[in-house]
Write a protein that binds this ligand. Structure first.
Ligand SMILES: *[C@@H]1O[C@H](CO)[C@@H](O)[C@H](O)[C@H]1NC(C)=O
Length: 383
């Protein structure tokens, strides 16, 4: 019943075939571009090309564009330049047409952002029911819960992974770019990133290219084990927090009780569903969290045009924006514009306990999660 994700196992690099001898300088440039993996190309936010990938290939052409502005903004935007700045200002990759499975549309996914201003689609009011922004020395990350039908995902879609790789190295989506201003000096391209969407759960991690292990923290080969293993965090519904934290273990790498460090080998889909996992991902500690209300930070969002499913709201007591808005912590906290974590609430409920195991599965790991933590899954990811 649960969709197994389309594979974007990008372990095979450079599959593009030679296409003949270029006849002029322009052709040389274009051919080089076609053979250069998307994640090896660097772009300047202020001088983006219309399409990061102007080439043709086995998967066709880039479906959207990277120059996004006020004329492209709105419900039909095909913008494929995403942003992750802060708890109140980030985008997720979602389908271009309603009721889609991520596995069918990942190559054409478009940016859905929390606020207007990026030339994208804007996530409707109430869709995000809980979120945590985490900044560590190695990456920034947004994790949370979303009523996924409101960003055109099918209600029962277990989802999949978007990243700048894919078997043909053109990215999912093709030509998809991610930028952030969180590392200073204007917008920086997050060369390595991953975004899991599914089962009403999301996680998006952007790895700082200045770090020595950007590709490790934003690993793209564990596409079948979801947010729980790729971006372990608290995932608390009804809470909206911005935190500082320690970096997680590299996805797929874990330390056993005997101290032995092991790298998980994800089995191929041909072997069937993943029914058990040899480990539970360690949730890294958060050092300080600032709590907000969704009403205060998610402004300018459109009213949903399709009915929300009840799977998120019905399964948890405090999932709606209204419920979050009544949280006492809200009023006391600073505005969404402040990204300073200096005003911390050390004991924020949605901070991460040091070393705590993940609580439930999401975004592609429900079957694993059921094996690992049993009934807790049902409480949050009702299917
Ligand atoms: C706005 O974006 C569209 C789509 O990428 C592009 O064709 C157009 O030139 C842009 N307009 C401006 C003023 O940059």
């Amino acid at each position: 019943m649960l969709t197994v994700l389309a594979v974007s196992l990008a372990v095979l690099a450079g599959s593009a075939a030679a296409k003949g001898t270029p006849t002029n300088h322009h052709a040389i440039a274009q051919r080089q571009d076609a053979n250069t993996p998307l994640a090896s190309q660097h772009f300047n936010y202020n001088s983006l090309p219309y399409q990061a990938d102007p080439n043709d290939g086995e998967r066709g052409r880039q479906s959207g564009y990277n120059i996004c502005n006020s004329t492209t903004e709105g419900p039909t935007s095909q913008c494929q330049t995403a942003i992750i700045n802060s708890l109140d200002d980030f985008c997720l990759w979602g389908p271009p047409v309603p009721n889609s499975a991520v596995g069918d549309t990942e190559g054409q996914s478009v940016a859905w952002c929390t606020k207007p201003g990026h030339g994208t689609r804007v996530i409707p009011q109430g869709a995000i029911t809980g979120a945590q922004f985490m900044r560590t020395p190695d990456y920034i990350q947004i994790t949370g819960l979303i009523n996924q039908v409101l960003i055109d995902m099918a209600a029962d879609d277990g989802g999949g992974e978007m990243d700048p790789h894919g078997a043909d190295q053109r990215g999912n989506p093709l030509g998809g770019l991610l930028f952030t201003n969180a590392w200073g000096n204007g917008y920086t391209q997050a060369i390595e990133w991953h975004n899991f969407m599914g089962s009403n759960v999301f996680c998006l991690k952007a790895c700082d290219p200045k770090g020595a292990h950007a590709a490790d923290y934003c690993q793209h080969v564990f596409d079948r084990i979801g947010c729980q293993y790729n971006a372990p965090a608290a995932y608390v519904d009804g809470e909206f927090t911005s935190c500082l934290g320690e970096s997680q273990d590299f996805p797929g790498v874990y330390t056993g009780a005997d101290g032995v460090v092991t790298t998980y080998q994800q089995p191929p889909e041909s072997l069937g569903p993943i029914s058990s996992m040899p480990y539970t991902a360690r949730i890294p500690a958060s050092s300080s969290c600032t709590t907000f209300t969704s009403a205060a930070i998610y402004t300018g969002q459109p009213t949903p045009s399709v009915a929300a499913t009840t799977s998120v709201a019905a399964s948890t007591p405090a999932s709606s924006a209204a419920a979050a808005a009544t949280t006492p912590a809200a009023a006391a906290k600073s505005s969404a514009a402040s990204k300073s974590a200096a005003t911390s609430s050390a004991a924020s409920a949605s901070g991460n306990a040091a070393g705590a195991p993940a609580k439930f599965g999401m975004g592609g790991v429900w079957s694993i999660a059921i094996g690992v933590v049993g009934a807790a899954v049902g409480a949050v990811v009702a299917l």
